[in-house]
Design a protein around this ligand. Sequence first.
Ligand code: ADP
Ligand code: ASP
Ligand code: MG
Length: 404
Amino acid sequence: MLIVQKYGGTSVGTTERIRNVAARVAKYHAKGDKVVVVVSAMSGVTDNLIRLAKDLMPLPNEREMDVLLATGEQTTIALTAIALHSLGVPAVSLTGAQAGIVTDGVHTKAKIQNITPKKIHDLLNQGNIVIVAGFQGQTLEGQVTTLGRGGSDLTAIALAAALKAGLCQIYTDVDGVYTADPRIVKNAKKLDEISYDEMLELASLGAKVMQSRSVEFAKKFEVIFEVRSSLNENPGTIVKEETRNMEDVVVRGISLDKNQAKLTLVAVPDKPGVAARIFKALGDANVNVDMIVQNISHGSGVPATDLSFTADKPDLLKAQNVIDALKPEIGFGKVLTTENIGKLSIVGVGMKSHTGVAGKMFETLAREGVNIEMISTSEIKISVVVDLAKGEQAMKAVHAAFFG
Ligand code: ADP
Ligand code: ASP
Ligand code: MG
């Protein structure tokens, strides 16, 4: 069977951990499986590279960032191959480009366009374990690109689809997907299975156990995968289209995103086309905008309104620059920004057919004295923005309300 295994940063965080990964991989190889291993940078390495660049300037060139960040994974593939050689097992490391991963040219957030896995197949057929650098690819013009933070998950899922793998395993530092981040909520429960839609919502709302784009990809290409621990042999969580008794479980999980910032434009002229102009410009700059709230008009003369929205924290400076550039044209007042927000979300497919879920969540927050700054909902989730300092307390209380 062809197996794709992905090991995250903590799982390859030291040479000793890399040795453990090599031993696990070698066991599958010895059974006769063809194994493709995707690895992340050693834990802390990517953050550190970003820090170094930002020491030099606040908004570094994104092409250069990709050249820089791709070095993290390149280190780990070679070390993993060397660890396998030390066990006497044939292994070859490949960068994203060598593995045939072609992306578009949107630096730091590139999308995979296609994968030509011929080289991987050739190396597997010669009896090798193939170690592929996660998180990176190359444009048709030969530029190095990266796939967004946490992007090694995407490399693994995309390779599993392209190689038609029989098994895709995402090895990480917890036993699977839990009802909430087990590092924050101590009595969170591990889920045996979860649907793509629920995993996708949890991931895009801050549960960093899976990169959200990787889950989107898995859903589209029907890649069933397992999230499990690289530190033990416990069974993990299976992620797939349908789960048992899907509609009976009202809330599947809770997430807290601490990586959001809020921008408020004060006294924006309330006339057609203004919101379109603002959000088109942000979109053109590849700023991901999430929640948007517009107040009722106030003032005399030309009516004006306050417009608030959230964006990913790393995009705050870029968003501010875009907004500042629009000021002469649109003519609004002050721009207020804050990074002190947390987005707390509850997710479950069963919410479609159950009522009273929002009421229970809001009541719980009220009892905790947590103020709700923004709200957004979809059929299967409810998100609120709260003060960052109260985020974890709010998450624990809401978890207790729904899961006991
Ligand atoms: P890796 O380096 O293996 O990619 P990450 O750090 O990206 O690992 O993701 C694993 C972490 O995700 C866990 O250590 C955990 O703290 C966090 N996490 C957040 N939400 C959840 C959840 N619902 N279930 C499991 N882990 C979660
Ligand atoms: N090393 C990259 C990051 O830290 C990619 C990954 O770990 O998946 O975001
Ligand atoms: Mg990760």
